[in-house]
Design a protein around this ligand. Structure first.
Ligand SMILES: C[S@@+](CC[C@H](N)C(=O)[O-])C[C@H]1O[C@@H](n2cnc3c(N)ncnc32)[C@H](O)[C@@H]1O
Length: 285
């Protein structure tokens, strides 16, 4: 079996073998069964490099040894395995038109409270953008509840802290920077933190979308954002999730998916409003 190039400065004893196609296949199946994430065969190199860090952390030499740890469902390594293989790319105001449209669609109904779910919230930029736009549009006159969930515990820790490198907000308007963030001082001067009055609108919670039970309370949502998450799932998993989202929305509730995820069709009980925004139809098949 060939060996990977040794990172500069790393002792020869820690040189690791390459990830074989067979081990990759088994790791891929385990990931899929647990999270719904369906990795393509060409992702072998990506998986190898992401798991190399875990092998180093554990002092393990081969991917087969790593696999043996993961095959035990009780293994403490499971969250780390999942965290290493999720794709967490996100940003403030990603697909910004969604936030503008959300406010335009909610306003005419003069809601008495707002309850939104950001499913697959990653490091928190999506729910914080929701908190920013909704509190500016509706003020403090009505309660705003944003539930933000993810499978990955590491991204949730970042999200809950609300602390970001200054560079993450460099493209935001000056007004948003002022309204929503506090600048760090001293050793934290290259960081910003979301203002506490916005942070308190959000509840962060770990949730695997594949779990049979979602402990989310009984109140329906006016809108669900599940953007750039289902893209990693296979079609049957996507359809099953969409049925469950349908049932958790208010009768005219809104569903937002990523721009490359024109997933919903009339058969799933949603009507397209354009720009990958959908309105729940009363019944679903
Ligand atoms: C690319 S990020 C999308 C973040 C944000 N929604 C956006 O559009 O910017 C996808 C997120 O989905 C999460 N995810 C993947 N599988 C999941 C699952 N089975 N249950 C819950 N979250 C999952 C990942 O951990 C990751 O943070």
């Amino acid at each position: 079996m060939s060996r990977t190039a040794r990172p500069a400065g790393e002792p020869p004893a820690l040189e690791r073998e390459q990830l074989s196609a067979a081990t990759f296949g088994t790791l891929r199946d385990l990931l899929h069964a647990h999270s719904g994430i369906a990795l393509a065969a060409h992702k072998l190199t990506m998986v190898q490099s992401r798991l190399a860090k875990r092998l180093r952390a554990l002092g393990i030499q081969t991917y087969e040894e790593y696999l043996r740890q993961i095959e035990d469902p009780q293994s403490a390594e499971w969250p780390e395995f999942i965290n290493a293989l999720t794709t967490n790319l996100t940003s403030f105001f990603r697909e910004g038109h969604h936030f503008t449209r959300l406010v335009e669609l909610l306003k005419p109904a003069s809601p008495r409270r707002i309850r939104i779910w950001s499913a697959g919230c990653s490091t928190g930029e999506e729910p914080y953008t929701l908190a920013m736009t909704l509190s500016r549009a509706f003020g403090t006159a009505l309660p705003i509840q944003i539930l933000a969930t993810d499978l990955d515990t590491a991204v949730l820790d970042t999200a809950a802290s609300g602390i970001y490198p200054l560079a993450r907000i460099e493209d935001l308007d000056l007004e948003w920077k002022r309204l929503a963030f506090l600048r760090g001082t001293g050793p934290l001067q290259e960081k910003v933190r979301v203002r506490p009055e916005l942070r308190q609108l959000i509840t962060f919670q770990q949730l695997n979308l594949l779990d049979e039970a979602w402990p989310l309370g009984n109140e329906p949502f006016q809108a669900i954002f599940c953007r750039n998450v289902m893209i990693y799932f296979d079609k049957p998993t996507q359809r099953k999730l969409l049925r469950r989202f349908h049932d958790l929305l208010e009768p005219e509730g809104l569903m937002f998916v990523g721009h490359s995820e024109a997933l919903l069709d009339a058969n799933l009980g949603f009507q397209s409003l354009g720009q990958t925004i959908y309105r729940r139809k009363a019944a679903r098949p």
